[in-house]
Design a protein around this ligand. Structure first.
Ligand code: FES
Length: 339
């Protein structure tokens, strides 16, 4: 029996798609090759997949949406597309920053380990050959089906290069046990391979502000911060910047010499490398302990500052609390959460 279908009108794109009743908006958009940001792959955790629904919004808000959407967003009609179910014809609007997202083909031109568990991948864009993006943007890398499976996936990876690098981008991919995306990058990819991805998604829109910037990253959350710092260096920013980089052991440290060089060459950049379990061979520049404790000790007053936080939900929530207590405005905190 043929299932019922509905018409989804994308009002700010000037296009309509057809969706099966009962599908999520996320699936309907994905099936129609409309790129919508996701870090969690449609599981309702990341809150990146928002669309504005003008009419046909019949399914109830889910618990995930109640957690991730602000009351203003709900009042304006925003839904998380992976939670909103198609039950009638709909008029929807895609977020402005998804309009430039498209599919890219690239060649792997370099691979190498930057620390014990993280592999750096350098890609040269082939078609299109250039991409415009904000510092800290991410891509959704297509992961081919594993042997014996027909299921293709995509995984979100942050770009570490600055936006000036329009033809080549760099990713840092941490190995995750049983991880399909990281398994592909660590065990399968080799120089010369071709990959596809959709991009650019998100990014830090306020790099040209002049107020103090506090960055905190855990582990491979360093990539978007590297992109921002490299961009601020290239644009000769005179912004005051503090970057707290937290890892578990010294084997997890990465990009330290580049960051120390930036610290010497940039106008007012302080770098704090923080290792929770440092062991015996800790360098004198490394702070032992938790990155949140380093933030507490080194940020007395955050009023008027902006913050960029990248890492696990626990790290982001702890840093948010610390910075709010020190006077930062909620609107000046930008989050990039791992899943
Ligand atoms: S895709 Fe992550 S919350 Fe919808």
């Amino acid at each position: 029996m043929k299932s019922e279908t509905f018409n989804i009108n994308l009002v700010n794109v000037g296009k309509s798609i057809t969706a099966a009743a009962g599908d999520t908006l996320f699936k309907a958009l994905h099936d129609a090759n409309i790129f919508i940001p996701t870090v969690c792959g449609g599981k309702g955790f990341c809150g990146k997949c928002k669309v504005k629904v003008f009419s046909g919004n019949k399914s109830s808000l889910t618990d995930s949406e109640k957690k991730k959407l602000s009351s203003d967003e709900v009042a304006e009609g925003w839904r998380m597309s992976c939670q909103a179910v198609v039950e009638s014809d709909m008029d929807i609007e895609l977020p402005d920053d998804t309009k430039n997202v498209r599919l890219y083909t690239a060649e792997v031109i370099a691979l190498g380990m930057v620390c014990r568990e993280t592999r750096r991948v350098r890609l040269r864009l082939l078609a299109p050959a250039e991409m415009e993006y904000l510092p800290g943007a991410f891509i959704l890398l297509d992961i081919p089906p594993a042997a014996g499976s027909r299921l293709a996936l995509s995984r979100a990876y942050s770009i570490a290069t600055p936006p000036s690098s329009v033809n080549e981008i760099e990713l840092n991919v941490k190995h995750v046990p049983e991880g399909k995306g990281s398994g592909f990058v660590h065990d399968v990819l080799k120089p010369g391979d071709k990959v596809t991805f959709s991009a650019p998604y998100s990014g830090y829109p306020r790099s040209s502000d002049e107020n103090e910037l506090i960055c905190v990253a855990g582990g491979s959350g360093i990539s978007p911060v590297l992109s921002i710092l490299r961009h601020l260096k290239e644009t000769e920013s005179r912004r005051k910047i503090k970057f707290f980089f937290g890892v578990r052991t010294c084997d997890d440290l990465q990009y330290i010499s580049e960051l120390r060089t930036l610290e010497k060459s940039m106008h007012a950049f302080e770098f704090f490398s923080v290792v929770e379990f440092p062991g015996e061979n800790t360098s004198k520049d490394t702070i032992a302990g938790r990155v949140t404790d380093a933030v507490i000790r080194s940020v007395e007053d955050a009023s008027g500052c902006s913050a960029y936080l990248c890492g696990s939900q626990g790290l982001l929530e702890a840093c948010r609390t610390i910075l709010l207590e020190r006077g930062i405005s909620e609107d000046d905190i930008f989050y990039d959460q791992f899943f």
